[in-house]
Ligand binder design. Structure first.
Ligand code: AMP
Length: 299
C-alpha cells in the first residue's frame, strides 16, 4: 500500500476507484468498508484526515486518537491500495474560502446538538475528497445515518458522478456500535454505553410486535436507556430521507439516538419497519440501511 500526502500525487488514471473516507483510529467498522470497496473496485483509496472543520468542540479534536502507522497497517490488510493522508494545509491552503452546506437535513438531529458547522465541515471535506480521488463508488457507514443522508443529498444536488454505498453498522458482541470514541469509555461507562443499542433493540422488538405509535416506541427506547442511567441528548423516530419526525410507523423509519456516557458522546440508529410489512426488525434488531440510489456506476 502506498501512502500519499499530496493531492497532486493522487494520480489514479482511468481505473475504477473505490473511496473510503475516514478520520483514522480504524476499527472493524472501517475495515468492513475497505473490504466492501475491495470486492467492487480496481483501486481502493482510503483517506485518513482528522478534519478540523467538522469538530464543534476543540477538546474533542485535540483528543481524537491518531496513529497513522497502525491505521496504515489495518487499511492495507483490509484491502486499501492507497492511503491518502494529507496535512491540514494541503486540504485547506491559505485563501481557502468555499464551503458546501446541505440546508435542512444538516439542521436536524446532530445539527441541533452540534451546530451547523459540523455538517458544513463534513459536506465540504467529502466534496473535496470526491473531487480529488474521483471515485466511482464512495463507502460510508450506516452508523452515521444522518451523515449518509446529507452526503446522498449533496451528491444528487451537485450531480457528482459517484455512487454512495452504505455499509451496515458493525457492533461489539454486546451490541455497542463500534466507534473510535469507545476507547475513551472507563470500564463502568463501557457497561452503561450499551444503553443506546438496547434502546434501539427494545423499540425494534416492540415494532415487531405490532406497535406503530412513535410515542409508544420512543417510550420503550427511553425506558431502556434510563434503566442504564443514560439520558438521551436526542431520541427520535424520523423519516429516513427527510429526517422529519414520524408520528406513526407506517413505513420504514429511522430511530436515531445520541447520548453522553461520562464525557464521551455516542450516537447510534436503527431502521424500524412496521410489523405487517416485515418481521426482519425483530429477527435482526439492526437492519442495514438499504441502498436507495441506482446501483449502476455513473461514468
Ligand atoms: P470516521 O472515521 O468516524 O469518520 O468514520 C469513517 C467511516 O466509517 C464513516 O463512513 C462511518 O460511518 C464509518 N463507520 C464508523 N463506525 C462504523 C461502524 N461501527 N460500522 C460501520 N461503519 C462505521
Amino acid at each position: 500500500m502506498k501512502v500519499v500526502r499530496r493531492i497532486a500525487d493522487l494520480r489514479l488514471g482511468s481505473a475504477d476507484v473505490g473511496l473510503v473516507p475516514t478520520m483514522g483510529a480504524l476499527h472493524e467498522g472501517h475495515r468492513a468498508l475497505f473490504r466492501a470497496a475491495r470486492t467492487e473496485n480496481d483501486v481502493v483509496v482510503g483517506s485518513l484526515f482528522v478534519n478540523p472543520a467538522q469538530f464543534d468542540e476543540h477538546a474533542d479534536l485535540e483528543r481524537y486518537p491518531r496513529d497513522e502507522r497502525r491505521d496504515g497497517e489495518l487499511a492495507s490488510q483490509a484491502g486499501a491500495d492507497i492511503l491518502f493522508a494529507p496535512t491540514v494545509d494541503e486540504m485547506y491552503p491559505a485563501g481557502f474560502a468555499t464551503s458546501v452546506e446541505v440546508l435542512g437535513l444538516s439542521e436536524r438531529l446532530e445539527g441541533v446538538s452540534r451546530g451547523g458547522e459540523h455538517f458544513r465541515g463534513v459536506s465540504t471535506v467529502v466534496t473535496k475528497l470526491l473531487g480529488m480521488a474521483q471515485p466511482h463508488v464512495a463507502y460510508f457507514g450506516q452508523k452515521d445515518a444522518q451523515q449518509l443522508v446529507v452526503i446522498r443529498r449533496l451528491v444528487a444536488d451537485l450531480n457528482l458522478p459517484v455512487r454512495v454505498q452504505a455499509c451496515p453498522t458493525v457492533r461489539e458482541r454486546d451490541g455497542l456500535a463500534m466507534s473510535s470514541r469507545n476507547a475513551r469509555l472507563a470500564p463502568a461507562e463501557r457497561s452503561r454505553a450499551v444503553a443506546l443499542s438496547e434502546a434501539l433493540r427494545a423499540a425494534a422488538q416492540r415494532a415487531g410486535e405490532g406497535e406503530r405509535s412513535a410515542e409508544a416506541l420512543l417510550d420503550v427506547a427511553l425506558a431502556a436507556m434510563l434503566a442504564r442511567d443514560v439520558q438521551p441528548e436526542y431520541l427520535e423516530l424520523v423519516d429516513p430521507e427527510t429526517l422529519h419526525p414520524c408520528e406513526q410507523l407506517t413505513r420504514e423509519a429511522l430511530l436515531a439516538v445520541a447520548a453522553r456516557v461520562g464525557e464521551t458522546r455516542l450516537i447510534d440508529n436503527a431502521i424500524l419497519r412496521p410489523s405487517a410489512a416485515s418481521t426482519e426488525a425483530t429477527q435482526t434488531n439492526y437492519t442495514p440501511h438499504e441502498e436507495r440510489l441506482p446501483r449502476k456506476a455513473i461514468a
